[in-house]
Design a protein. Structure first.
Lengths: 287, 241
């Protein structure tokens, strides 16, 4: 029972972590919380589900297209909702982000209708025994995919030229420009990557819960935001740890306290972190 | 090589540079000295494009710099070692150096330049994977200068390289500048430490509240009674030497 819950928590936690990475990377480079992150997650899921529903596109291709579309949406959002507001008081882009979030939710409602859509392909997943615990292979696949994306991101940021340039912009924008780094281009790249990861998270969850709907991004978005704060916003390993921890806390809390408190746990953690350690577990931008 | 003609610049409504004219010829070491708030750093920020000139002309090897973004200006061969070093603290020493060569396309030569710098400053080798923020102030200054050199600049600008360093490190930084001068590097050096700057420079300008009030050969400026009184701190213990 305990191990089972822990694994459930780890699975949803890994998805929170993927979204939290988007929050944290964008905060790192712009000092801005993009509250439309949850809608980007929803958008990625819809693109994949609609493509799969046509029956013309295979799963891998639909997955990549969903991520790509989410990434492009992020870039467009930055261009129209955030870039024109640079240099304003930080509350202004925050309001713009909330506006973008409401807009995208309403747009999805208009385009796709309010009903849940099932995931168009049913994978035949079985249950395997791991140390006496029955584990669904779907869970394993989701966990593996989420961890794989995180690994790719860490390698990208640490070892590639563009990854280091993004960190340089997050640490010191002026000095980054003196190195010849085009900051606007790096901001766009950050939005693309962060949004594509959120899109991937949305697709994985659409598959896990077998439901895609316009408001699906709301709660995961807010929880991932809590995870990013918990890990120390602006910090990449922090977002991963924060997401995994939050998922597990939520799952164990639901099992041992009451399942009615499941959603409250994430926000109780958020409030506690803000009160006790506002800089998060791992502090600092540009990690 | 670099020519400024009646350049005006400032922050918000505050004018800082009230018409600066100066030039640097190829192979020269030129220093810009002056007190706090005279506009020395502002001059370098304006040349490098971080700050827009409101009026006047800035010309570098035939290019007009007043309309160019800093990320374009560095590709023309103008590198700045910023005030306070500004190394990328959480990135490794090697990553800092690689970012210095960010805009260069000649990857093979970049490798060789990195090796040359490591030979010259062993600290860059022994601390290669360490985060730049863990280095001492003097080591960070060496890293900041090396990072700028990785751009292979035709003109190297330094903003207060001795600021906040222990006297021993100031000596070392100025030895590096003397070596660079020896190897023919063109340098524009901004300093509050006028004594050190005038020793290494060929020519100098004295800046006061946004205007150039004096210029000439470094040797002449060193003997100028006004410069001696205001900037060389005659009568104070000599830190440099």
């Amino acid at each position: 029972m305990f191990l089972q819950q822990l694994l459930n928590g780890l699975t949803t936690g890994s998805v929170y972590a993927l979204i939290a990475l988007g929050y944290t990377m964008i905060y790192g480079i712009l000092g801005l919380i993009n509250f439309a992150q949850g809608e980007i997650y929803m958008f990625g899921a819809f693109v994949t589900v609609l493509l799969l529903a046509t029956g013309q596109v295979n799963f891998v291709l639909a997955f990549i297209a969903g991520m790509g579309a989410a990434g492009v949406l992020g870039v467009v959002l930055e261009r129209v909702a955030f870039r024109p507001l640079r240099g304003f008081h930080p509350l202004v882009p925050l309001i713009s982000a909330i506006g973008a979030s409401i807009f995208l939710q309403s747009l999805a409602l208009l385009l796709f209708g309010p009903n849940d859509r099932p995931f168009p392909i049913q994978f035949t997943f079985s249950s395997v025994d791991v140390a006496g615990v029955p584990v669904s292979t779907l869970q394993m696949a989701i966990l593996a995919a989420a961890l794989g994306f995180m690994g790719l991101l860490v390698v990208f940021v640490r070892y590639t030229r563009y990854g280091k340039a993004i960190v340089a912009c997050a640490l010191d924008r002026d000095t980054a420009r003196l190195m010849g780094i085009n900051v606007d281009r790096m901001v766009a790249l950050t939005f693309f990557i962060g949004s594509a990861l959120s899109g991937a998270a949305g697709i994985l969850m659409a598959c896990y819960y077998n439901a895609t709907y316009p408001r699906m991004g709301l709660l995961p978005g807010l929880k991932a935001f809590s995870a990013a704060i918990l890990g120390g916003v602006g910090n990449i390993p922090g977002a991963i740890l924060g997401g995994l921890f939050l998922g597990m806390a939520e799952s164990l809390g639901a099992a041992y306290i009451s399942s009615g408190y499941k959603d409250a746990i994430a926000f109780a953690i958020l409030i506690l972190v803000l009160l006790i350690r506002p800089q998060g577990i791992l502090r600092g931008r540009g990690e | 090589m670099l020519t400024l003609k009646s350049v005006q610049a400032g922050y918000g409504r505050l004018p800082v540079l009230k018409g600066i004219s100066l030039h640097v010829r190829e192979g020269e070491v030129v220093t810009l000295i002056g007190g706090n708030g005279a506009g020395k750093s502002t001059t370098l920020r304006t040349i490098s494009g971080l700050l827009r000139a409101r009026k006047g002309e800035i010309e570098f090897t035939g290019h007009d710099l007043t309309r160019l973004a800093p990320e374009r200006i560095v590709t023309l061969g103008l590198a700045l070692v910023p005030e306070g070093r500004r190394v990328f603290r959480t990135l490794s020493v090697t990553a800092n150096l690689e970012l210095g060569a960010y805009h260069r396309k000649d990857k093979g030569q970049v490798r060789r330049d990195l090796e040359d710098l490591r030979q010259r400053f062993p600290i860059l080798q022994s601390r290669a994977q360490q985060a730049a923020g863990t280095l001492s102030g003097g080591e960070q200054q060496i890293l900041a200068i090396s990072r700028a050199l990785m751009a292979r600049p035709r003109l190297l600008m330094l903003d207060e390289p001795s600021m906040g360093l222990a006297p021993r490190m100031v000596t070392q930084v100025y030895e590096i500048l003397a070596e660079l001068k020896e190897s023919g590097t063109t340098i524009l050096l901004v300093e509050q430490n006028a004594r050190a700057a005038l020793k290494v420079a060929d020519r100098g300008y004295v800046l006061e509240t946004g205007r150039i009030i004096l210029d000439g050969a470094a040797a002449e400026l060193r003997e100028d009674p006004e410069v001696q009184r205001a900037y060389l701190g005659k009568g104070y213990r000599e830190v440099w030497e």
